[in-house]
Design a binder for this molecule. Structure first.
Ligand SMILES: [Zn+2]
Length: 394
């Protein structure tokens, strides 16, 4: 019985005793009501953490039961969206706009953004964890490349829309409805209340007029979603092209990725390549989750300057980066002859392109044969490289 609980206030035991129908109420730090953990502090952190644990558990239980793994990314995403996401976002129409704004971040500062509120959302960590799992990438893979390959938006966009949808529902209620009365009382509280969050979200998304005009349908929600998507895509693009790092010698890990990844959308090759190992190798190659020296030089002790991350296989002194591996290194000439023969069948003008242009074309191609040929090349060349280079040098 949920009534059989009162909270411990501010860490101190409540002196008074409360009873209900002759039963003394137990004094607790937190209790779960309708699947949401409510704590004495009023914070929903515990609720979000519990939902996250439940969501993660259910996903991996499903993957074990249904047996799908790296081979079916589209199935994995579908299962996530229809069984795990509802768990992660359960009750988000309330907790998404309640106690969410951290006091450290003042709303009136220039750099304040809605997105900053959601930067540490535990649900988002699960979202990314599962996306990396499906792509076969390590957990240290860049989140921007993972989102880019799958065309997956962060969960906060759904959360904000859920909050706004619930607000529309409240606005449409009759004045004497209990929920409506609670909402009207909430409006009298500070700007950090749930209704204060709604007003802030509308102001931020340049939809302020809906606050005074009272929405009668979900048009405002659709407008908000579009705006959040555009904002996110712009931020994602900026991240790809941002080379500012704490360590000034370091550059963006995605310096190659940004050369060919021009739009935020699901990559066709993820569904078109049936050879799973070849597809995994291509994903790792595209997102720079590989062992070529251009990448390992970033993490070696003392940091290796880019000019010293040379290829040990062809002795040309060339830097061993993705373009060298795919189009230049003589070690893989036989494999490259097969690749180029397949490519010129589809696109005879390929030989007239500069190496930079050809690299971009191969990585961005949507042609089945081109995609599969490139993936097989990467798979075989990586294997050859692994066999030649002693593990201690890799
Ligand atoms: Zn080489």
């Amino acid at each position: 019985m949920w009534l059989a609980s009162t909270f411990v206030g501010n860490g101190h035991l409540i002196k008074h005793k409360f009873t209900c129908i002759g039963v003394e109420l137990e004094c607790v730090q937190e209790y779960t009501y309708l699947g949401i953990v409510i704590t004495a502090s009023g914070s929903f952190s515990a609720a979000k953490k519990t939902l996250t644990e439940k969501g993660l558990k259910s996903y991996f239980k499903l993957t074990r039961t249904l047996g799908f793994h790296y081979g079916h990314i589209d199935v994995g995403l579908h299962v996530f969206d229809h069984t795990v996401k509802p768990i992660l976002l359960y009750g988000s129409e309330v907790w998404g706009g309640c106690g969410f704004f951290r006091p450290k971040i003042k709303r009136n500062t220039v750099n304040y953004k809605i997105e900053k509120n959601f930067a540490e959302l535990p649900q988002e960590r699960v979202n990314l964890k599962i996306c990396k799992f499906l792509l076969g990438l390590p957990q240290c893979a860049s989140s921007d490349s993972v989102r880019g390959e799958l065309g997956r938006f962060p969960l906060y966009i759904d959360i904000v829309c859920n909050v706004l949808k619930y607000w529309v529902r409240l606005e449409k209620l009759q004045a004497d409805h209990f929920l409506k009365e609670v909402f009207e009382c909430n409006k009298l509280l500070s700007e950090y209340s749930w209704s204060g969050s709604i007003k802030f979200l509308l102001d931020e998304l340049k939809l302020s007029s809906f606050w005074s005009n009272k929405p009668t349908n979900n048009y405002v929600v659709n407008r908000a979603r579009k705006s959040l998507i555009t904002r996110f895509e712009n931020m994602w693009y900026e991240n790809l092209h941002n080379d500012v790092r704490k360590d000034k010698l370091q550059k963006n890990k995605l310096r190659t990725y940004r050369k060919f990844k021009l739009s935020f959308e699901y990559e066709d090759y993820l569904s078109k390549i049936k050879n799973i190992d070849a597809r995994l190798q291509l994903t790792r190659f595209r997102t720079s989750c590989h062992r070529l020296h251009i990448e390992t030089g970033r993490t070696t002790k003392g940091y290796t300057p880019v000019s010293e991350r040379v290829c040990n296989l062809c002795n040309t002194g060339a830097i061993e980066d993705e373009e060298h591996f795919l189009l230049q290194c003589s070690t893989y000439n036989d494999l490259r002859n097969v690749l180029m023969s397949n490519i010129t069948d589809i696109f005879p003008g390929a030989t007239d392109l500069s190496q930079g242009e050809l690299f971009g074309w191969l990585m961005a191609s949507k042609n089945d044969k081109a995609i599969n040929s490139t993936a097989v090349y990467v798979q075989k060349a990586m294997s050859l490289r692994h066999n030649i280079i002693a593990p201690e040098l890799m």
